[in-house]
Design a protein around this ligand. Structure first.
Ligand SMILES: C[S@@+](CC[C@H](N)C(=O)[O-])C[C@H]1O[C@@H](n2cnc3c(N)ncnc32)[C@H](O)[C@@H]1O
Length: 239
């Protein structure tokens, strides 16, 4: 099989000015970051996973200011290969209400501004934004010509129904040893009020031991890492 062309970056990304810029402009929400110590928190995990796994295609569902997108895309840039598909309808809490989004600020309304935002980190050629809900996006995935998903980051609508939809829609496009990150596994109050169901979803995934391996990092808002054990896993409904 032909290997994709690799381009060596002129410099590697995670120097102090870039970390400061990520913290200021791609504003993490609940990723265990600590600006005083230039600590990207889970952002280092996202970047490190990309450097070590070397995915060709990453899909990100939902992002307030692009923190996950930028950390993952910088990993691709430093690997010299790979693309990132970013799916977000650009909901805003004020405009669309808390049932649609909590962290949304209408950041992704204008394609020129979206491009400029990612250009700040020199990843605009790596990231393609689709202003769609994940439901709309995955409805046409099989006809889209997009590659299988090697690594996904799910952080869109956090209701149990939507998070389950996103997880299963992603897994249908995965292969054996693809990985999926689920953000916001540690929102106890919202989970109790049934405003979020990501933690409940992770419990269902953990029970599907023949299909998935999972580890949770229950710090800050929490993130879980899932390994997909089979090509195109069958219909699994974590409940
Ligand atoms: C940062 S994220 C998620 C939330 C935040 N961490 C929280 O605690 O709720 C918010 C983003 O998810 C996006 N979003 C909401 N519903 C979505 C959906 N169905 N598909 C894709 N993205 C969605 C919104 O547009 C917004 O930009």
């Amino acid at each position: 099989m032909l290997q994709p062309l690799r381009r060596k970056p002129a410099r590697y990304s995670l120097d102090a000015p870039t970390i400061e810029s990520i913290l200021e402009h791609a504003r993490p929400l609940g990723h265990r970051e600590d600006a005083e110590f230039l600590n990207l928190g889970f952002g280092f995990l996202y970047y490190g996973l990309v450097r070590s796994l070397r995915p060709d295609h990453i899909v990100v569902i939902g992002s307030g200011y692009g923190f996950s997108v930028v950390c993952l895309a910088l990993g691709l840039k430093d690997n010299g290969r790979g693309t990132l598909t970013f799916v977000d309808p650009s909901y805003s809490l004020l405009r669309d209400g808390p049932l649609r989004t909590v962290g949304g600020t209408g950041q992704w309304d204008d394609p020129a501004k979206v491009r400029a935002h990612f250009a700040r980190f020199e990843v605009e050629a790596i990231v393609t934004h689709h202003r769609l809900t994940s439901e709309e996006f995955f409805a046409t995935y099989d006809r889209s010509g997009l590659a299988p998903i090697d690594l996904a980051f799910i952080d869109g609508n956090h209701s149990f129904k939507s998070a389950s939809h996103d997880f299963m829609a992603v897994v249908r496009q995965c292969r054996r040893n693809s990985y999926v990150l689920l953000h916001d596994t540690n929102l106890a109050v919202r989970e109790f009020l049934r405003h979020s169901g990501v933690r409940r979803l992770t419990k269902g995934i953990a029970r599907q031991t023949e299909a998935f391996e999972i580890v949770d990092f229950p710090f800050a808002s929490g993130v879980a890492l899932v390994r997909v054990l089979e090509d195109r896993s069958p219909e699994l409904v974590p409940a």
